[in-house]
Design a protein around this ligand. Sequence first.
Ligand code: ZN
Length: 286
Amino acid sequence: MKPQTLPNGPTDAKARRQIAPVICYPTDGLPNPDMGIINAARTSLVKTDAVIVPPRDARCFDVPKGHFFRITSIEGSQVGDLNLWSAHDLTEHFYSGKTRALHGTHLSTGDRMWSNFPHMRPLATISHDTLGWYGWDDDGGSVHDVIGTRCDPYTAKLLGDIDYHHCCHSNLIRGLAAHCQLGHAAAEPLVHDVLNVFMCTGFTKDTHQYFMKASPVRPGDYIEFFAEADLIGGLSACPGGDCSAEHSSDQAPCFPLLVEIFKPDSKDLDRFSYLPKSPYSGTHQD
Ligand SMILES: [Zn+2]
């Protein structure tokens, strides 16, 4: 992190700092999902499948294009780490960094989850979020971030010299391996940076370090997604529980998460325009 006491800068340091910021990726030209169509489709949902994600573990689930999936808090306040893959090509997956660059550090209703290069298309749109009321708290925190990565055994080893096998990274490896009949070594490179579902996070105002605080989620709260491609989802019920204190251990109270898949009346979606994969030529040269 940057030092708190800075050396003297150039004579025009103040002027350089006072330059007004501009948004890196203005979203005026971003094709927005038609939320009117999505909301209309939400009125005709029929549940087709449900999966319980056990505490400190992960499960994968299939979501056909045009279906919805909903992650619901049950039993207690619990954070989930979400991965999304194209069901037809596991190397196409959610790209948290570009999603953050386009939509900001925390996602909510109407934001899209984009896939990695060279695909770069929306894999899903958030269709409903019962924690949308939270907004930003006085610490600069908010819910559902795309700034953290996922808790993992490598960082736990580095910082605490422990071998802990139920970090979200490891949980997602086991979940994907079981779902797709892969070995752990083949599944590990496919696990990627997550959407931190229900997690309340931000950056400290002094050192700008990533912080977490107890999630405001309560049983019955949910976040719901509209699948814009045939998807495999992976969800880990983080060993941090509500992430109020620590993760990468069995110390925190942890609870299961419920994933439900819903099929809408397809005629509701006839007019929805699914974005194709990026039409960029891919030649990287003139
Ligand atoms: Zn975790």
